[in-house]
Design a protein around this ligand. Structure first.
Ligand code: AMP
Ligand code: FES
Ligand code: ZN
Ligand code: ZN
Length: 322
């Protein structure tokens, strides 16, 4: 919250939000303006979208994905939504309700895919069956189904709601381990190629506090709760670390990530190219793969044979936590 009596930098009316990294306060109207500018800048800077694109937005029912869908529509893009039912107990049921309500209120098309119905497993079961952290099965399933839904539906671009906090946290994790392969691929745009649609992240210049504020100002209802299986994961720890640095030195988070894109990513481009060339095609589903069967098809085999595991068991068990 801004200090009592603080004024918007642009119009000098009472401010509703303070943004230390911009060293300024903003009223509702000029805050929205700033968000739009940041999104337009990301889209232009990285050639993310054109008005001719057929856009599919992956929506989780959370603030980021609903904000990006709203912003793209406001900016004049035509975009449908994709919701994946991950089967994470009540959390998934409620997140689906938010995504559906947003689409229904605006007459938008929302494609829905339920893991349990279509592939015979859910994320808690996959976590237990693979004996790995839930986020690993979750991320793998989402990435595969985003690609498949976009290609099946004839969309030219798949949009996700990843924000600056998400990207900076992943960057910190990859940098701490010097994961060169991951660093080379950590871009806000991944171009289309055989078997994969173009993928873009228009919110990389906005923090999660800003996307939440966008939803509040715009009157968008979103699921506030975090995924119940996220507690204790490395990603959240890195976000806290970056927030502590940001509090000491406002602007550090944006500089860390955006300067990586500008100065470091070009040096890694050749590496990313080599990795792409080395991929084969999955015998089962035709997706690009490191071996004969892709990681998703292997996950489906392992998880669909396992008896269903309720999310509460995974949360209590601790064994699948990082
Ligand atoms: P997360 O991996 O949960 O940090 O989410 C990153 C992005 O993936 C979100 O901003 C959405 O665009 C997308 N996403 C996450 N969960 C879902 C879901 N259940 N269905 C569709 N898209 C999702
Ligand atoms: Fe990782 Fe939900 S499974 S945050
Ligand atoms: Zn103003
Ligand atoms: Zn496959």
């Amino acid at each position: 919250m801004p200090d009592v009596g603080s004024k918007c930098r642009v119009c000098k009316q009472p401010a509703i939000i303070d943004l230390p990294r911009h060293n300024a306060n903003f009223c509702a109207e000029h805050f929205l303006e700033l968000c739009r500018r940041q999104v337009v800048k990301a889209i232009d800077q990285f050639d993310m979208l054109t008005k001719d694109d057929r856009i599919l937005v992956a929506v989780s029912g959370g603030k980021d994905s609903l904000a990006v869908w709203d912003m793209l529509l406001e900016l004049g893009y035509h975009a449908d939504g994709l919701y994946i039912g991950l089967g994470i107990g009540d959390y998934s049921d409620i997140s689906g309700d938010y995504a559906r309500a947003f689409a229904a209120a605006r007459g938008l098309k929302l494609i829905e895919i339920k893991l349990r119905d279509e592939y015979g497993y859910d994320i808690p079961t996959a976590a237990r069956a693979t004996r790995r952290v839930p986020c690993s099965a979750c991320g793998l399933s989402k990435r595969h189904l985003f690609d498949k839904a976009a290609l099946d539906g004839g969309y030219t671009v798949l949009v996700t709601g990843h924000n600056l906090d998400d990207e900076a946290a992943v960057l910190l994790g990859n940098t701490l381990r010097w994961e060169i392969g991951y660093l080379a691929r950590q871009l806000p745009v991944l171009p289309a190629r055989d078997g994969l649609p173009k993928k873009v992240k228009p919110l990389v210049r906005l923090t999660e506090r800003e996307t939440a504020a966008w939803c509040v100002v715009r009157g968008i209802d979103y699921l506030v709760d975090e995924c119940p299986m996220a507690a204790g994961n490395r990603h959240l720890g890195h976000k806290e670390t970056l927030n502590a640095i940001e509090a000491q030195s406002p602007g550090s988070k944006a500089a860390f990530y955006l300067n990586f894109l500008e100065r470091m990513a070009p040096l890694l481009a050749a590496h990313a190219e080599q990795e792409r060339d080395a991929l084969q095609t999955c015998n089962q589903c035709g997706a690009p793969s490191g071996g004969e069967l892709c990681a998703f098809c292997r996950l489906v085999v392992t998880s669909s044979q396992h008896e269903p595991v309720p999310v509460e068991l995974i949360m209590r068990g601790g064994r699948n936590r990082r």
